[in-house]
Ligand binder design. Structure first.
Ligand SMILES: Nc1ncnc2c1ncn2[C@@H]1O[C@H](COP(=O)(O)OP(=O)(O)O)[C@@H](O)[C@H]1O
Ligand SMILES: [Mg+2]
Length: 568
């Protein structure tokens, strides 16, 4: 609807422009005839046309903005939902698509604005060309030929001159995004950097980034200067050339004075219409760069979607031969054709078959040929030196690590909960912190129950301190790491998942609190896989998986493992 309205207004404006050019011509012809009566009449007509055109010309920009916003709305929603679907946001390395945030927020906005600007300019030019080409031809065919030749020469020159600008604009977008990202990174890590008192060191890095931004911008600006010099000469040519041709015709008495004026307008319009590339080149170069950034991003998302579709098929095949499981769980299965396959099973079982993992760059291998089976309620602790691949194994079980081979059978993601060392605190209320990743409405958990759970993890005074469950704070800042870890355990108590993965989830707690948290885990009835360093925690598990550098592993009964440690 808005697009049709926009086109209708464009047609009206172009009609007004033609009427205006005739009215202008009549005014000058009346002057030439020195007829006051004709002059006043024609000037009145001219004024009426101008007044009538005000609402049309005035609303045109507004209609264009409406369309622009609708388009941005649609494009942003689409891209955002594809980016967040299927955990795609965890699978886009910066080396392939830098700063997706900038592409979603800034590039899409510019893309919509500038595409419409260019589309309108093209439509406008086409109309202008057809409106004025006859006028110009009727005044003098030579003028038309000169106009066409002039425009072609200008366009070719612009394309030759300006080719490099698109690449430079692409680079500019990237550099600006990097600079902004570095500033955000500084803000996110303000405390740590402050503790190192490393402001100066960071400022050097930031200034260096900014230096790159400026350097590229300076070269863009000097290219733009050259283009503007060229465009200005080109535009001035348009002012002179028609008089060169039409003035002799007037002097020879072949045309009227008004027609010289009309010839100038018509020549300018026809040349302008034909040389849209010259006129809009800056916009065109910027748009080219932005479109490339957005399409690279969409290309990567498409690749991920295809991979997911393939793995969904594999999962369905698996399910067709295995136990009857619902399709929704099959759809949630994540696996890639080349990597680790994941299959969703009912119940809280975790079965790992022949799992071998490598780092994403394939530079070294982590665990090799791992087989293990945990029944609902079984508890496994993973032991091994730092960097051996404990966290990576948990990532693989959670479906975030696909490099390697083998099969992992586990409950649906909605029946699992992972507690990492750094507990994520979403933006929102205290209640949101506890019911995350669901909202309080979705879970239907009462406030009384939330308060009760807060008490159990020793955070009863927290809700009083911040002013109730509805308080909104920057939780990651105001809570200590240990408090955040206890919030994560409160989430666990409220969610009652079937499979729990704990990755050094109590590292910031004192021994008493740590034992208390592990008692909750033991009594919640879920299957548990945990990574923890304190010997005291081994007793809360029944099996130990010992990982060794180079991919070796062995499974030991917890009692046996404890006994061997005591002997050492
Ligand atoms: N995204 C990654 N790219 C490359 N190497 C990685 C990546 N993540 C982890 N690694 C490497 O894999 C090894 C295992 O890491 P991790 O599982 O975090 O060890 P830990 O046993 O201490 O939890 C480490 O050597 C680490 O450097
Ligand atoms: Mg780790």
């Amino acid at each position: 609807m808005w697009l049709s309205l926009l086109i209708a207004f464009l047609l009206m404006i172009s009609f007004i422009n033609i009427r205006k050019s005739y009215a202008e011509r009549d005014v000058f012809t009346a002057l030439e005839a020195r007829s006051a009566a004709l002059f006043w009449r024609d000037l009145f007509i001219y004024a009426c046309i101008l007044v009538g055109s005000i609402p049309v010309v005035g609303s045109f920009g507004w209609i264009k903005s409406q369309l622009e916003l609708l388009w941005r709305d649609w494009l942003t929603r689409r891209l955002l939902s594809r980016y967040l679907a299927n955990r795609n946001f965890t699978r886009i390395p910066a080396s392939e698509v830098d700063n997706p945030d900038e592409r979603i927020q800034q590039d899409i906005a510019s893309f919509c604005t500038e595409t419409l600007t260019i589309a309108m300019a093209v439509a406008d030019s086409t109309l202008a060309f057809f409106s004025f080409v006859t006028i110009l031809y009727l005044i003098s065919p030579t003028l038309l030929v000169v106009a066409v030749a002039y425009a072609i020469a200008g366009t070719v020159a612009t394309l030759m001159f300006g080719k490099r600008l698109i690449g430079m604009h692409y680079e500019q977008q990237r550099l600006e995004a990097e600079f902004r990202y570095n500033l955000v990174y500084l803000r996110d890590n303000a405390e740590a950097i402050g503790l190192y008192n490393a402001g100066e060191r960071e400022s050097k890095g930031l200034l260096q980034r900014f230096g790159c931004v400026l350097k590229n911008m300076y070269s863009i600006v000097s290219w733009q200067r050259n283009m503007t010099l060229f465009k200005t000469s080109y535009d001035y040519g348009v002012l002179i050339i028609p008089s060169l041709i039409s003035a002799p015709l007037y002097l020879a008495g072949q045309i009227e004075l008004g027609m010289i004026v009309q010839a100038a307008t018509a020549f300018g319009t026809v040349v302008g219409a034909l040389s849209i590339v010259v006129g809009q080149y800056q916009t065109y170069a910027r748009l080219g760069a932005i479109a490339r950034r957005i399409s690279d991003f969409i290309g990567k998302l498409e690749q991920l979607e295809n991979q997911a579709a393939q793995s969904e098929m594999t999962a369905l095949e698996h399910n067709a031969t295995g136990a009857p499981e619902c399709q929704a769980t099959a759809a949630a299965a994540i696996a890639t054709s080349n990597g680790i396959k994941t299959r969703v099973t009912a119940g809280g079982r975790l079965v790992i078959s022949n799992l071998s993992m490598t780092t994403p760059d394939r530079s070294h291998s982590l665990v090799q040929g791992l087989n293990l089976e945990l029944k609902l309620g079984a508890r496994l602790i993973i032991a091994g030196p730092s960097g051996v691949g404990k966290s990576s194994l948990l990532r693989a079980v959670a479906g975030l690590w696909l490099d390697g081979s083998g099969l992992i059978e586990r409950p649906d993601l909605s029946d699992m909960m992972v507690l990492p060392q750094e507990s994520y605190m979403p933006l929102g209320t205290l209640r949101d912190q506890l019911t995350y990743p669901l909202s309080a409405e979705e879970t239907g958990i009462s406030d009384a129950r939330i308060i009760d759970v807060l008490k159990r993890v020793d955070l009863a005074e927290l809700s009083l301190r911040v002013g109730g469950l509805n308080a909104v704070k920057t939780w990651s800042e105001i809570l200590s790491p240990g408090e955040r870890q206890r919030v994560a355990f409160a989430r666990l108590l409220l969610a009652t998942p079937k499979l729990v993965l704990l990755d050094e989830a109590t590292s910031a707690l004192d021994a008493d609190n740590e034992r208390k948290m592990y008692e909750f885990v033991t009594t919640c009835g879920a299957t548990v896989v945990s990574v923890a360093h304190h010997q005291a925690l081994i007793a809360y598990h029944d099996t130990v998986l010992v990982l060794e550098h180079g991919g070796g592993w062995r499974l030991v009964e917890a009692d046996e493992y404890l006994a061997s440690l005591r002997k050492d």
